[in-house]
Ligand binder design. Structure first.
Ligand SMILES: C[S@@+](CC[C@H](N)C(=O)[O-])C[C@H]1O[C@@H](n2cnc3c(N)ncnc32)[C@H](O)[C@@H]1O
Length: 204
């Protein structure tokens, strides 16, 4: 692993356990990802990178009308969602302005709205999204639960499973979500990738 990947892994372990410590990591991690942004798609361009999140998307009971991709990087998952669900309104957020600039450059459609924003304090109303997705991203569970609609879904994926620098064991994810009204969990494996789909509350 590179020094940046180690830093991301340490930040993940600490922040999942103590979300309030995110402020200690935010500045440096944002700079790391800003620096990586111009070459990000070349670095992670494995065709398998989206398999695990795609498997979770396949498990959705309904077509979402509103989608939020958190920690979108250069927007590959946001574009996957926009391509799958042509009628959906897709929003994507990332703390790194450099990543958001690359995402906007890589997206021809105006159906994806990109915003610079922090997953620890998302600039969206409660229950705003039918589907919230994360691929290789640190989960901030309170905020994920807050912006997911009742009856909506959360899809969380790690494209290289435990080898992913930003990785949270899916048992841990399930327990955190269960404590926040999520139910109906399904696990997926696609190549070395792992993902989890969870539904919030009962379906309306
Ligand atoms: C490993 S990259 C994954 C990018 C993208 N999801 C993908 O699969 O290619 C993690 C991304 O999460 C972003 N990120 C990290 N912490 C964040 C936070 N608190 N709020 C929003 N974005 C964050 C980083 O800037 C980076 O773009």
């Amino acid at each position: 692993m590179t020094a940046g990947q180690w830093y991301a892994r340490v930040a993940t372990v600490v922040v999942v356990r103590f979300p309030r410590l995110w402020g200690l990591f935010r500045g440096r991690l944002t700079r790391v990802f800003d620096g990586l942004a111009p070459q990000w798609d070349g670095m992670g361009a494995s065709p398998n990178r989206l398999l695990a999140i795609g498997a979770a998307f396949d498990g959705l009971p309904d077509r979402p009308r509103t989608v939020l991709d958190v920690g979108t990087g250069t927007g590959s998952v946001a574009r996957l969602a926009a391509d799958r669900w042509g009628e959906a309104d897709v929003t994507a957020v990332d703390v790194s302005p450099g990543m958001i600039a690359e995402a906007r450059r890589a997206t021809s459609s105006d159906r994806v709205r990109y915003e610079v924003g922090d997953a620890s304090s998302l600039p969206f109303p409660d229950g705003a999204f039918d589907l919230v997705s994360l691929n290789n991203m640190i989960p901030f569970f309170d905020e994920l639960a807050r912006v997911t609609a009742q009856g909506g879904s959360l899809a969380i994926a790690y494209s290289r499973g435990p080898q992913t620098p930003i990785w949270v064991p899916l048992d841990r994810v399930r327990n955190e979500l269960r404590a926040r009204e999520f139910t109906h969990f399904a696990d997926f494996q696609a190549g070395e990738g792992r993902s989890l789909l969870a539904r919030k509350g009962d379906r309306p």
